[in-house]
Design a protein around this ligand. Structure first.
Ligand SMILES: [Fe+2]
Ligand SMILES: [Fe+2]
Length: 311
């Protein structure tokens, strides 16, 4: 892939983008769950699993609220920043009109995903009468991206940000796919996830192509500089600090005795080691191979701690 062989997804977008094709989703009033239990390890805690079902339901509902808020932050603050820079020609690289135009379609999609998420959160609040617990607005990427960019000199900051956003867009695609396959949750939630996935499949290809073109178009000094920021980005991205803080606040908000809360909190896993076995690493490795980044030996060496031995 070089810049002249880039093929726009504009036609596909006109025919398939969810903003063009999907109806509004309304929450059904049935017995299916709000959030897959397997995504929330607290549900498998030996104490929680013995408590009344309403406690687990509260944990799952609050976890869904967090997921929705995280999507809104991710779309509007992380992806759109870079997509809009490319679309408006503010990104310091000579992208073609096709790429700028496709980047603008990503901005539209992401704003729409945030819009759908807001509607859905509001419907959930009305249906359940439960408000989201207070929590930090940050997601892992709101810390990981600025911290890895801070390691770069001026001219490499945009490239670092582009690659970080592209990695996270690829990761979210896998994540939304797994969510949409879950059989225990409400049909409308699966529907929203499937809608989102339809757009994210197009986005993940877009970001891979843009990064491949960018990586080929920069000189070796830039590749070495940006490559040196990637381990920092991966470490910060895969931390479970924010999730941990959320889980603690969630436990504290439950209507259960203090002594039980303390016990559950002390059972929580504190660390989540980042090794080549980490589930998101396989996905990141695939991205690095497809974009050509891993063919750059100095970068591959720096990343070997995380990705060696991952198939
Ligand atoms: Fe999205
Ligand atoms: Fe996206």
């Amino acid at each position: 892939m070089n810049i002249s062989s880039y093929k726009s997804h504009a036609e596909q977008w006109e025919n398939k983008a969810t903003i063009r094709t999907r109806p509004r989703r309304i929450i059904e009033d049935d017995d299916f769950g709000y959030y897959p239990e397997e995504r929330q390890p607290l549900c498998f805690d030996s104490i929680i699993s013995k408590l009344d079902k309403s406690i687990k339901d509260e944990i799952l509902l609050q976890s869904l609220y967090k997921y929705i808020d995280d999507v809104i932050t991710f779309e509007t603050e992380i992806v759109n920043k870079t997509a809009l820079d490319i679309a408006k020609g503010n990104f310091p690289f000579d992208f073609t009109f096709e790429i700028q135009y496709d980047a603008m379609s990503v901005v539209i999609d992401e704003n729409y995903h945030a819009f759908v998420a807001m509607d859905f959160r509001h419907q959930l609040e009305l249906q359940t009468g439960v408000k989201p617990i207070h929590r930090s607005h940050d997601i892992e990427l709101s810390r990981a991206i600025p911290r890895s960019i801070a390691m770069m000199s001026g001219k490499h900051k945009y490239g670092m940000e582009l690659i970080a956003v592209a990695i996270s867009e690829n990761t979210i695609t896998e994540d939304v796919a797994a969510f949409s396959r879950d059989t225990t949750i409400k049909r409308c939630i699966k529907g929203i996830m499937a809608d989102h996935l339809a757009d994210e499949g197009r986005h993940s290809k877009f970001w891979i192509n843009v990064v491949r073109i960018y990586w080929q178009g920069i000189d070796d000094e830039a590749r070495i500089a940006i490559g040196s920021g990637l381990p920092k980005f991966i470490e910060e991205y895969l931390t479970n600090e924010i999730q941990n803080e959320f889980d603690r606040n969630l436990i504290s908000s439950l209507e259960i005795p203090e002594i039980v809360k303390d016990k559950v909190i002390s059972n929580m896993t504190k660390t989540y080691p980042i090794t080549s076995q980490h589930p998101m690493i396989t996905n990141i490795r695939r991205f690095l191979v497809e974009t050509g980044i891993l063919s750059h030996q100095p970068t591959a060496t720096l990343l070997s701690k995380y990705i060696d031995g991952v198939k």
